[in-house]
Design a protein around this ligand. Sequence first.
Ligand code: AMP
Length: 186
Amino acid sequence: MNLILLGGPGAGKGTQAKKLIDKYQVPQISTGDILRAAVKEGTEMGKKAKEYMDAGKLVPDEVVIGIIKDRLAQPDCKKGFILDGFPRTVPQAEALDKVLVGLKTGIDHVVSIDVDEEALVVRLTGRRTCKNAACGQMFHIKFTPSKKEGVCDKCGGELYQRDDDNEATVRNRLKTYNDATAPLIG
Ligand code: AMP
């Protein structure tokens, strides 16, 4: 099963991907997660990507296409994969087609998750995530608060707010989604 999850920031791509990986035992490939890991490690790519991410803009196509090309060539993707947050532009989708032809495979399904924009703002600005990368459990300060403020119910890890989940950046991310990513649906 080769799947793409499309949808605005906060639509629930990552949440649904986690449910699907449990069911189908295929990897979730999130370009956002890969970029955040590079930022945390302080790699050259991470340093460059951070400026775009903090501004709510897209990281240049050639960077994310390179990431996906390497990731899809890994053996665990042979039995399927779930793309979460890629492609986000028409050139990325075209590059993906080429990569998949090279790997003698294709996409089986694309799921587009459609959520009202103001609901996305409320979801993202209240989102809190467990710092423990092996856990990554998500909470929401109103909808699904942790039992103890700032502490993960699942593993006891510290909860944090993503740098790009403040309202100004969220609004930029929504604009970027409408301008660059929504046209992919067609
Ligand atoms: P996400 O975790 O999917 O919300 O992504 C967080 C940020 O990473 C985005 O706002 C972009 O700056 C960057 N990013 C993630 N995936 C892509 C992509 N496919 N193309 C360009 N930038 C991306």
